[in-house]
Ligand binder design. Structure first.
Ligand SMILES: Cc1cc2nc3c(=O)[nH]c(=O)nc-3n(C[C@H](O)[C@H](O)[C@H](O)COP(=O)(O)O)c2cc1C
Length: 199
């Protein structure tokens, strides 16, 4: 097996600033195919991936997210990133997808217990593949947080979301807006994710 794989995994980082242009189609297809080849519970292969490059759709989704988060109130103990989304949305200047030229929205059966796990496996495959191709990615959680939001569901149904499907994850993809054009690849120190050896 190829020992480059570990280096590609180790150096994957989240990209939050993107060039405008949509990545090369061959590369983008490889990223999507890597997601499709992820394992799934019972080999269900029930996830679907909406690969959105249409700027009108990207803007519409950003508007729905902005509005919905601006209407939310913080509650004690709320997840930090959600609080930050609410605060930024209330300023009226909030773009949850970092203006990435591609957003992959992973949807799956609302009532299937492995929906999140299957979508996560797929997204991780996509992130690793993208890193191997010098593309940047970032997991985007806002659409999942809004998965029962009426406005979002109504809009996604116009794009082909089925009645039983909900959003479990989404992924921004694009060329990183860095001087070199390459993703930042310095791994963050591991402070958790402990290994517990039971010998
Ligand atoms: C389940 C999950 C949800 C995440 N949601 C977001 C998000 O909504 N927006 C964002 O900018 N990053 C999001 N991230 C990226 C994490 O913030 C990032 O992976 C973490 O800070 C480690 O940084 P690294 O990816 O550069 O190693 C998410 C990551 C995961 C796994």
């Amino acid at each position: 097996m190829d020992n480059q794989v570990f280096e590609t995994i180790r150096t994957r980082r989240s990209t939050r600033s993107y060039k405008k242009e949509v990545p090369d189609k061959v590369q983008l297809d490889m990223v999507l195919e890597a997601g499709r080849y992820a394992p799934s519970g019972g080999n269900s292969q029930s996830a679907r991936f909406f690969c959105i490059t249409n700027t009108i759709v990207l803007d519409d989704l950003a508007e729905i997210v902005l509005k919905s988060f601006a209407e939310m109130e913080e509650t004690p103990g709320m997840y930090r990133s959600k609080v930050s989304s609410i605060r930024r949305a209330k300023t009226g200047n909030y773009r949850y997808d970092y203006h990435a030229p591609v957003l992959v929205v992973a949807v799956n059966d609302r009532d299937y217990g492995n929906s999140m796990a299957d979508c996560s496996c797929a997204l991780e495959n996509m992130m690793i593949m993208a890193n191997a191709l010098d593309l940047g990615t970032c997991w985007i959680n806002q659409l999942h947080w809004l998965t029962e939001d009426e406005a979002l569901l109504k809009y996604l149904k116009t794009l082909g979301l089925k009645d039983n499907e909900r959003v479990f994850a989404s992924l921004a993809v694009g060329y990183p807006e860095t001087e070199s054009g390459l993703p930042v690849r310095e791994p963050l120190p591991r402070t958790g994710n402990a290994i517990v050896n039971i010998d």
